[in-house]
Design a protein. Structure first.
Length: 51
């Protein structure tokens, strides 16, 4: 998960506006380390093809 998410973060890093957020690697790694995947919360999984 982390590599795919990091890849998206790098692509989005150049955006300007409400979706343009800059996060350094250390903060991103802390977020990923503490992230808990939702389980039993009514979540739906959407499978995306890799580009």
């Amino acid at each position: 998960m982390q590599e795919a998410t990091r890849s998206r973060e790098h692509r989005a890093g150049g955006e300007v506006g409400a979706n343009g957020v800059t996060v350094d690697g250390e903060l991103f790694d802390r977020y990923v380390a503490q992230f808990e995947e939702p389980r039993g919360e009514g979540e739906q999984v959407v499978v995306q093809s890799s580009r």
